[in-house]
Ligand binder design. Structure first.
Ligand code: BES
Ligand code: ZN
Length: 464
């Protein structure tokens, strides 16, 4: 659904857009022509064949975080950056897998009958024996003080698992035994970091049997949870391209993609496609004159919840963050079957807050110059632009939406990749980055001020 009518308007420099943003770079109006000349320095060199070969290589095997497949991809990416002469770093970080060895719930000395109980995701390992107390749904203010030192028998529903665990933990409970509020088994439950009492899910039937038993006298229960924490290593690859020392704005632009795939997925489009564009732009920018640092990044463990990009963001020196003016994230930019009938092959720029920013302004303008289409923007997280946004850096995700049916499937393979889509997305991101990084454009006066060049629309487009 369009919020405004789709019109392409080239605005003169200095104009204030309806979004209230001011164009901060002084490019004389009308500037589209000279911008196109500069675009050509980058986009004429982009080779979709190069990108396609990279995707073919990376998608030969899954690249799930913490596996050999990730290591192979990381080595390849690092090698490519190094051969281009970049200052390259492979940054390791820990990720954790959990293996449940056993979960036993005993009452009166023997295991309860029926389905084997399940530990909450995030539950700690522990073995506690204590009186059981029925605390209903454990809503705030309803948990009695007498739960202190006891195992809380809780019914699922109304509030979150984490809230329930917290409410009984605050009153001194030593364990959580939660039964379902429907007859749907016992596959549920989540505990948060720091909620360090064993938390276990059982079926409704098992729970109601305990509720009955408690009516006829005290019940002592045992929660014995044995979960093994397995540490693995995942990586971020960082390659810095430093500007000419004599002409350095001191600013940094980052261009990212994630190199990990889901378990068993070749991840050709998700996200070998983004990595291929990061490497291709790195190859081209390595020879371009720039006055701004361009940092090329590939993240591991995106599929586990943006773990690599969050780690990367957390370890950045404050000085780097202050100098970062834009983050461009490419994730799923080559899907032949993505985008439906939308213009520009369905390419869209998603921001976390659903607001335009410097990145979307530049992307929309570059779309007009390279494809004659003002790329729309929308609101979505779900990729590595999120941690950059949280640092206050203008960021956007470039993706074709709606995504293809092969998303996260073993069928996300090279034969579903469109060279044309790769080329278009890489051109738009490359031209946008070059707008900031080329020496002819002055430094952004204020990295939080967005540039507005063309009018482009918000779209509330379903992504999958
Ligand atoms: N490439 C996807 C992002 C995506 C998929 C965006 C479909 C829009 C539509 C990304 O790799 C992914 O799968 N992300 C996860 C979330 C993440 C926080 C684990 C997702 O969307 O489920
Ligand atoms: Zn992805």
């Amino acid at each position: 659904m369009f919020r405004r009518k789709s019109i392409i308007t080239i605005l003169a420099a200095g104009m204030v857009l309806s979004s209230g943003t001011v164009y901060a770079q002084t490019i004389s109006a009308p500037n589209a022509q000279s911008d196109t000349a500069f675009d050509n320095k980058i986009i004429k060199k982009i080779s979709a064949d190069n990108m396609y070969s990279t995707i073919a290589l990376l998608s030969e095997q899954p690249r799930e975080a913490g596996t050999e497949g990730e290591v192979r991809a990381v080595k390849y990416i690092e090698g490519q950056f190094k051969s281009l002469g970049f200052e390259t770093k492979v940054i390791p970080f820990p990720i954790y897998d959990y293996r449940t060895n056993h979960v036993w719930v005993k009452s009166g000395g023997s295991n309860i009958e029926g389905a084997e109980p399940r530990a909450f995701s995030g539950s700690v390992t522990g073995n506690v024996t204590a009186p059981l107390l029925n605390v209903g749904k454990a809503r705030l203010g309803e948990v009695p003080d007498e739960v202190a030192g006891k195992i809380a028998l809780v019914e699922r529903g109304d509030i979150t698992f984490i809230e329930k665990v917290q409410n009984v933990l605050d009153k001194g409970a030593v364990g959580v035994l939660m039964y379902n509020n429907s007859s749907n088994g016992n596959n549920f439950g989540q505990a948060a970091e720091g909620q360090d009492i064993p938390s276990v899910a059982i079926t409704r039937e098992q729970g109601l049997a305990l509720v009955e038993k408690l009516k006829s006298g005290p019940v002592t229960a045992t929660l014995d949870v044995d979960i093994e924490k397995i540490e693995k290593t995942s990586y971020v690859v960082e390659a810095k391209l430093k500007p000419n020392k004599n002409k350095d704005t001191g600013q940094i632009v980052t261009v990212g993609a994630h190199h990990d795939s889901v378990h068993g997925g070749p991840g050709a489009n998700d996200d070998a496609s983004g990595v291929s564009a990061v490497l291709e732009l790195a190859r081209i920018f390595a020879k371009a004159p720039i006055d701004t640092e361009v940092r090329f990044l590939t993240f591991g463990s995106e599929e586990r919840g943006l773990v690599g990009s969050s780690f990367y963001a957390s370890q950045l020196p404050k000085d780097d963050v202050d100098r970062m003016v834009a983050h461009f994230q490419m994730d799923m930019i080559g899907g032949r079957d993505a985008g439906a009938d939308n213009p520009a092959g369905g390419l869209i720029m998603y921001t976390i807050d659903g607001q335009k920013n410097l990145v979307t302004d530049l992307g929309a303008a570059a779309g007009v110059r390279t494809m004659g289409v003002a790329i729309p923007y929308g609101q979505l997280g779900r990729s590595d632009h999120q941690p950059f946004h949280e640092l206050g850096i203008p960021s956007a995700l470039f993706i074709h939406s709606p995504v293809e049916p092969w998303y996260h499937q073993p069928t996300d393979t090279i034969d579903k990749i469109s060279k044309e889509k790769l080329q278009q997305a890489a051109e738009i991101v490359g031209a946008s980055v070059y707008q900031i990084a080329r020496p002819e454009t002055p430094a952004l006066e204020n990295s939080r001020v967005a540039a507005g060049i063309v009018d482009y629309d918000f779209e509330d487009r379903p992504v999958d």
